[in-house]
Design a protein around this ligand. Sequence first.
Ligand SMILES: Nc1ncnc2c1ncn2[C@@H]1O[C@H](COP(=O)(O)OP(=O)(O)O)[C@@H](O)[C@H]1O
Ligand SMILES: [Mg+2]
Length: 365
Amino acid sequence: MTSSTQSDPIIKIDQVSKTYPGDVQAVKNVSLEVHQGEFFALLGPSGCGKTTLLRMLAGFEIPNEGTIMIDGEDMTDVQPNARCVNMVFQSYAVFPHMTVAENVGYGLKVDRVKKKEIQERVAEALELVRLGDLGARMPDELSGGQRQRVALARALVKRPKVLLLDEPLSALDAKLREAMQMELVRLQKTVGITFIIVTHDQSEALSMANRIAVMEGGTVRQIATPEELYEDPNSRFVADFIGQINLFDGTAVASQTEEKVCATVEPFGTMEIWGETLGPVSLAIRPEKINIDIEKPTTSEHPMAQGTVTDIAYYGGYSNVFVDVAGTRIMAEVSNDTRIRSSTFERGTKVWISFNAEDALALGD
Ligand SMILES: Nc1ncnc2c1ncn2[C@@H]1O[C@H](COP(=O)(O)OP(=O)(O)O)[C@@H](O)[C@H]1O
Ligand SMILES: [Mg+2]
């Protein structure tokens, strides 16, 4: 991949910091690049600076330090309305006294675009968000999901190079949100515009984005594809924030194998696992990579320990089985893939926990 000549980034954020009055350091020395056509997510817990970063891209906030380049141009002195970006806000306010079509065309009217062109572009934008037939409706005759589409159409009609979306689906109920996630992915592919979405919902980011920046306390902790974040988190924070994971405290020393360490972790003993951090570490392993058996596994050399089932959480397609091993709580995900299961775990069942050391990581903070 090193020899590929990647196009210049459409967004280049270089060592950007933002401090609000009252000495609130919302964004600290963030650098990242987004490429043309990407569906990029800013993901992190509430208050970590996602909205602030997005607002700086839109020009509604000015960085205290660092530079932002959009499409090769330094944005320092460029007003929001002169930027080739458009933002869909968390509260997707639409004008209540205008029809859907008037709402969508409003920005073009302000820009003095000719009436005929407005009509054409509005029709095209409504078609894109599948509201082709609803142009004459009033906003209060729309569902929440449809109003969200109006807000999207209103942003798309301006033909921005980058669409910024701040938690655009947070007001929708779970089912609709999932449908709109697919819809946004489809839309992004259709229009080919770069999307940058802000979300605190890791499953939303994983399912939609092709790359994700995980943020914490105003800083970027890791930038990677969904798969890399899940399988190869660079820290305890990212591992814990993305999906579910078991973290066992232990100690690591250097090993003979490159990119591996020799970790000692109770109750499993000493083993070679992937990692670079030495000293105090967490052994991280995903619950679906933990095996759980009634009989002691005979064939493998995998780390193993015996314990007792304490809780079972049933989720339909799978269950999370919690096992206590000498005071350590371990979560194993068991797939419910046959309708009538041959073996069932119950509270109090004595079981064996094992895993392949290849599936474990040694992580620092
Ligand atoms: N206008 C503002 N004035 C002062 N502090 C702010 C302002 N906007 C945001 N903050 C603070 O900056 C931090 C980051 O906020 P924000 O970017 O909204 O985070 P997020 O979108 O990740 O929830 C928070 O501590 C928040 O309270
Ligand atoms: Mg926010």
